[in-house]
Design a protein. Sequence first.
Length: 395
Amino acid sequence: ACTSNPCENGGTCTVNGTSYTCQCASGYYGYNCLSDPCTAGPCVNGGTCQVQLPSHQCTCPVGFSGKNCELGIVYACGSNPCNNGGICQVVGTTFQCICSTGYTGFTCFQTSIDVCSSSPCSNGATCLADGTSYTCACKSGSTGPLCKTLVDSCSVKPCKNGGTCKTVGTDYTCKCKTGYYGTNCENDPCTVKPCLNDGKCKVSGSSYTCTCMDGYYGTTCQHDPCTIAPCQNNGVCFVSGAHYYCQCQQGFHGTNCTQDMCSLKPCLNNGTCSLEGSGYKCTCPGDYTGLLCQSDMCSLKPCLNNGTCSLEGSGYKCTCPGDYTGLLCQSDPCTSQPCVHGVCVVAAHQYFCHCNDGYYGVNCTTGAWKCSPNPCYNGGVCSVQATGRVLCKCQ
């Protein structure tokens, strides 16, 4: 019968014949120990039950008390005990009155009195009323219940950094040393952090000195390496650690952008350099040419036949060898091919013609027509000698 563990909430099962009985844990009861101390609803008058083994606890509504809220409480504010318009509030089993302005006391029966109206506090102290009593909040330099006792405000040495204290009534003033300021001379020349750019400030007498980071200078480290505008010709200056570098405009270079492309004198042979766009241009003198004026007209070797080139004025001159003539030494006496029916030969600055057979004369133009028609009979071959004589070679 106990196999199914019928006893709840920690109850112990005992076999009883063909049945069982449950021995319940403390606070529980019933055949199977299912009931707890709150099952029967012991709290009355609207009380709330909570199991609190081995028993229970009742939380009672306002006006009731007792273990099971069975005891009624007389309503504390039922008789309206607060006078003169006071408001009653229940506090536990009693009440509290919140009095209207001008009234005081437990039931607001007494007329309220302004205890500070007579200004009982001395030396400028502030009076703080608390019902029928008051307290005085003393100003610096006075003490006591009514703040009547004066205290030397300078006795606590409020002035810092060597400032001189002077009592003024219940207060004091500080005369600061040069370089210091503030109510208590608490501020020194470094308080306002005058050193710029992470410079370190150090009080020096009545003033200060700044220890500047590398690259910075000036009384307050206000200057950096770019302050003096070292970059010329519209170069842009950038601080880099303790140094600077210049980003130069096109056509300029150098640490401070002071050098342009022409400063390197790239133009040869007295060429004139001028900036042009992001580069430069060379204007060449005389007969020089090329990007850098590196070439003259003779460098092209214009003179032929081993002629010698020399610059002359804005041009050049070819000195021709031997029997060659012409601006470029391109001609000799035979260039015009004067020998019509012969070979031209130059000798002693003139030409001579070696005439072909049948021709004679200075230019080999005479002779061949004497054999036409053929004066030789019987198939003889006609030829003209250099002397102009006709010769027949017979078969």
